[in-house]
Design a protein around this ligand. Structure first.
Ligand SMILES: [Ca+2]
Length: 475
C-alpha cells in the first residue's frame, strides 16, 4: 500500500479557540476514583532507571487545567492524571508546580527565555502552540533529553513524526492525554437511520464498504425541507459539524494529503497531485454543493447548533471529535453511534481518523532542567499508558459511547490516526494566515458557486511560500 503521511496543517484558529476553550464544562456523572494503584504493573517496554531530584521544583505549564485539582470534578481520567502527578512527585522526589498557560503561551514564555531564565521544565498545550517556540529556537529537543525512551509504546509515532525535523524530535503526545479523543469521527443518529431505512452502517464499516458514495446516499436520504423551501433548523439535514476542520477531516479520512514526507527527510507539497485534486473536487461536490449540510448563519453559536441539532434529530450525522460525547450528548434521547469518516472508495484499505490541531503535546522550552524534564516525561508516559489508558477506555466503553460497535470503531481508529505537521511548525501568528488559506482548499462551507479554482491557486501559492520560510528556519 502506498504510504501516505498526512501533514496537512490547516488550522482554524477561531475554531481552535471556540472548540476547546469555550466548550461547556458539562461532565458525565461519574464518581472520581479515590486511590491510585500502589504498584505499577509490569511493562514490556525497556526499563529506564530514573534518578531522584532531592525535592527540586519541577515547573509544568498546563493549558487546560488537566493536571490540576480544579479539573477534578467529573472525569475519572483527569482524577487519574492528578493522582499520577502526585505519584511522580514521590517517585522522582520532585515538587511539581503546575501553572496555567494559554494558547498564547509563547508571548508569556519568550521574555523569560530570552533573559536566560527557566520558563518551565515542560509545557502541555495544543500541538500548534509549539510552533512559535520552534521558530524562535527556544525548544530543547525531547530526543536530546536523558531517560526519555521515544520508542516506548506510549508515545504516538505519528505525532512524533510531525514534531520531528532534521532528526530531532521536539514534542511528544501519547497516553497522558489521548489523541484519539481529539480525532474526528462521524456520529450518527440511530433513530433517524432506522426511520430512513438506511443499511446497517456498522456492517458497512466492518465490510470495508463505508465509502464517500455510501455517505452521500445516507445524507441525501436524510435531507428534508419541511415544505417552506427555506432551509432552517426546522428542517432536517444529512450532516453538520464544526466549519472547516471537519472538511479537512473528510479529506484526510479519504486518504488525502497536503504534504508528504520524503525518503530523504524533506517534505514535499502533494496537495496538487492529481489524486488529491480529484478528491478535493469530489468532497466539494458532496459536502458543499450537495446541499445536505446545515450551514450556520452569521453570528450563530455553532457549538449550540452542533450540540442541540444533533441531539434533537435535526442532523443524521455530526462530524466531531470524541469529546462531543462528554460535552454535548451525554443525555441525548435518541440513540447514537460512532463510525469512521468515510473512505474514498473500497480500494482504500484502512479507515483513518484525522487527529487535529487540538491534540495535546508535551514540549520542553530551553533552560529547562534536562535531567528532570527527561525523567518526568518518561514517567508520565509510562504511567499514562499503564494507569490512565485503562480508565480512559473504560469511560468510553461504559459511559460515553452507547454500544460495543461504537467502542470497537473508536479503538480501531486509535491506531489509524493521521497527524499533520505544519500545524506544529507554524506557530500562532503564521497559523492565522496559512490556516485560512489551507482551509480554503477544502472549505466546503464556502459560498456555493464561488470559484474553487481561485481558492486552490491561492492555497498553492501560500503553501509554497510557507515551505520556503520553513526551510529557511531549519537549514
Ligand atoms: Ca424549511
Amino acid at each position: 500500500m502506498k504510504r501516505i503521511v498526512s501533514v496537512l496543517f490547516a488550522l482554524v484558529m477561531l475554531l481552535a479557540t471556540v472548540g476547546c476553550n469555550s466548550a461547556p464544562a458539562t461532565a458525565p456523572n461519574t464518581t472520581p476514583a479515590t486511590t491510585a494503584p500502589a504498584t505499577v504493573p509490569a511493562t514490556t517496554a525497556p526499563e529506564v532507571t530514573l534518578p531522584t531530584f532531592g525535592g527540586a521544583d519541577l515547573l509544568l505549564g498546563d493549558v487546560a487545567g488537566w493536571f490540576t485539582a480544579a479539573s477534578l470534578e467529573g472525569s475519572n481520567t483527569l482524577v487519574k492524571l492528578y493522582n499520577i502527578l502526585a505519584d511522580i512527585e514521590a517517585e522522582l522526589d520532585v515538587h511539581i508546580s503546575t501553572f496555567p498557560v494559554s494558547t498564547d503561551v509563547f508571548s508569556q514564555a519568550q521574555p523569560v527565555l530570552m533573559s536566560g531564565e527557566k520558563y518551565a521544565d515542560a509545557v502541555h498545550d495544543y500541538v500548534w502552540t509549539m510552533g512559535d517556540f520552534w521558530m524562535a529556537n527556544l525548544l530543547t529537543p525531547v530526543s536530546d533529553l536523558p531517560y526519555v525512551d521515544l520508542t516506548a509504546e506510549w508515545w504516538l509515532d505519528g505525532a512524533m513524526e510531525v514534531t520531528t525535523l532534521n532528526g530531532k524530535t521536539y514534542g511528544v503526545a501519547g497516553d497522558i492525554y489521548p489523541a484519539v479523543e481529539a480525532a474526528y469521527y462521524l456520529f450518527f443518529n440511530k433513530n433517524m437511520a432506522e426511520d430512513l431505512g438506511l443499511p446497517d452502517l456498522y456492517q458497512l464499516v466492518k465490510d470495508g464498504k463505508w465509502t464517500l458514495a455510501e455517505f452521500e446516499k445516507c445524507i441525501k436520504a436524510a435531507t428534508r425541507d419541511n415544505g417552506d423551501n427555506v432551509w432552517t433548523m426546522e428542517d432536517t439535514y444529512g450532516f453538520c459539524g464544526p466549519d472547516g476542520t471537519i472538511d479537512q477531516g473528510f479529506f484526510v479520512a479519504a486518504g488525502g494529503s497536503f504534504f508528504e514526507n520524503q525518503e530523504d527527510g524533506s517534505v514535499r507539497i502533494s496537495v496538487n497531485d492529481a489524486d488529491n485534486v480529484a478528491l478535493i473536487d469530489k468532497l466539494t461536490a458532496i459536502l458543499r454543493d450537495g446541499g445536505y449540510r446545515y450551514n450556520y448563519s452569521g453570528g450563530e453559536d455553532w457549538i449550540w447548533t452542533v450540540q442541540s441539532g444533533f441531539a434533537s434529530d435535526k442532523f443524521l450525522f455530526c462530524a466531531h471529535s470524541a469529546m462531543a460525547t462528554k460535552w454535548y450528548w451525554p443525555d441525548m434521547s435518541s440513540d447514537f453511534g460512532l463510525i469512521p469518516m468515510s473512505k474514498a472508495d473500497e480500494n482504500q484499505t484502512e479507515y483513518y481518523s484525522y487527529a487535529d490541531h487540538n491534540v495535546f503535546t508535551l514540549y520542553v522550552p530551553i533552560h529547562a532542567n534536562k535531567e528532570m524534564a527527561g525523567a518526568f516525561l518518561q514517567t508520565l508516559g509510562k504511567r499514562g499508558h499503564e494507569e490512565l489508558m485503562p480508565i480512559f477506555w473504560e469511560d468510553y466503553e461504559m459511559n460515553l459511547l452507547r454500544d460495543e460497535e461504537s467502542f470497537e470503531n473508536f479503538k480501531m481508529l486509535s491506531s489509524q490516526l493521521r497527524f499533520h505537521h505544519l500545524t506544529t511548525m507554524l506557530g500562532v501568528p503564521n497559523n492565522g494566515l496559512y490556516a485560512g488559506t489551507l482551509s480554503a482548499f477544502i472549505n466546503t462551507m464556502a459560498t456555493p458557486g464561488s470559484s474553487f479554482s481561485s481558492f486552490y491557486e491561492a492555497g498553492i501559492e501560500v503553501t509554497r511560500i510557507t515551505m520556503e520560510e520553513l526551510s529557511a528556519y531549519f537549514e
